[in-house]
Every structure is written in C-alpha cells, then in structure tokens.
Ligand binder design. Structure first.
Ligand SMILES: [Zn+2]
Ligand SMILES: [Zn+2]
Length: 222
C-alpha cells in the first residue's frame, strides 16, 4: 500500500471510529485523493473545492484564480489551496532527494517547521522524530527539548493526553507557551501521524483554551 492509500484509509477509519469531525476527515480524504493523482494543477483543485468543500470554502473558489492570485491573496482559504498544491509537489521532491540527517527544529529538506512529533518504537522505548508540515520528511530530534525555544528542563515541558486519543499527546513548553502534538506509534502502530494529527482537533482546542500556541498549523490551518 502506498503512502497515499494509507492516509486515505486511515482518514476513513478515523471518520468511522471517532465521529467527532467526520466532515473534516471526509474532506481530507478527497484532498488526499487529489494529491495522490498528478497533475495537481490549480484548475483541478478549484473544481474539487467547488464540488465537495464545506460551504465557506466554496465561496473562495468561485472565481477563476491564477497561481499569482493565490500568492497575493489575504484569504486564508487561498493559502490552503496553495498549500495543498505545494505539499504534494514538495513531498515528491523530498522523496527523491538525499536528505542529510538533521538535529535542528526546521525540516532538513525544505526548511519548514514541524506539524507534529512522532514517537517510533526503538528497542524497549521510543525515539522522537519531528514531522515536516510541508513535505512530511521526518528527522530525529531530542526527546526533551522544546523545538521552539530550546528549553530542556523536564519540569517546564509538560505532556497532556486525552482519553479519546490515547496515542496522541500535547507536548507543551511552559517557557515559551508553544506546543506541538506527538503521535505515539508504540501505543498505536496503525496511526498515520499526519492524519491522526488532523483528526485530534480536540487536543488543539484544549491547548488553545490553556493559553498555548501551536508551533505550526496543519494543512487545514488548524
Ligand atoms: Zn520539509
Ligand atoms: Zn519553548
């Protein structure tokens, strides 16, 4: 199964299992199908948005648009359209590239910030990786280190979990008040980090209520 199929199947599974935001996950499924099948051009994307996006987004796709319009626009929906197109293309390039191992908090391939952390099984424990918000490259990152301000004091780096997502946690920093979510593959080997991150909006709402700001928003700007 290729990575697009895994994302699509995981989104469908999550939409069935935890019907908290099924519309968002169903719409993501459409977007992932679009991203999986080249050519991913703007006209095809606008057609998809007009057909299956939530209503407010349809409005933003009503008029014909060029790539230049998107880049100059102040409409956050247009930023989303640009990201859908760039994401698939940048991931393609990242897959084909030799990426040097990174230790920094930005993606070693494209320089974007991570959208989540991933805990992958390693021996008896887990290793922590960061997941690029644009090209989905993963690179290893120290377990106890804030990717925003460099805090390394364990007492300043609280972790929060919620019952409905036992394998996703909020990794916060009380020094800079920034957080990112981590997807723990040692607890759920079926999770697909970029999809489970999207699905666990409840944790983002919780973090915002508690005064934390997300390090980097995801594809949907959440
Ligand atoms: Zn990247
Ligand atoms: Zn920090």
């Amino acid at each position: 199964m290729n990575r697009w199929q895994r994302r699509i199947e995981r989104a469908q599974e999550l939409a069935r299992e935890s019907p908290v935001y099924p519309e968002l996950l169903n719409f993501y499924t459409e977007i992932a199908r679009f991203q999986a099948a080249p050519p991913q051009n703007l006209d095809r994307l606008l057609e998809l948005i007009r057909r299956s996006a939530p209503d407010p987004m349809k409005e933003s796709a009503r008029a014909p648009l060029t790539w230049d319009d998107l880049l100059r626009s102040a409409d956050p929906m247009h930023a989303f359209f640009a990201r859908v197109l760039l994401q698939a293309q940048t991931e393609e390039r990242a897959r084909a590239a030799q990426i040097p191992p990174g230790v920094q908090p930005q993606c070693p391939f494209c320089g974007e910030k991570p959208v989540a952390a991933v805990l992958r099984p390693e021996g008896d424990g887990a290793k922590r990786y960061l997941l690029c918000s644009l090209c989905f490259t993963e690179w290893e990152f120290r377990r106890l280190l804030c990717p925003h301000c460099g805090e390394e004091n364990k007492d300043k780096l609280p972790v929060y979990t919620a019952e409905e997502f036992p394998h996703v946690r909020v990794e916060a920093c009380d020094t800079c008040r920034v957080y990112l979510k981590s997807v723990d593959l040692t607890k759920n080997g079926l999770a697909v980090p970029e999809v489970d991150e999207l699905a666990s909006i409840a944790l983002d709402l919780w973090a915002a209520e508690h005064g934390y700001k997300k390090l980097q928003t995801n594809l949907f700007g959440l």
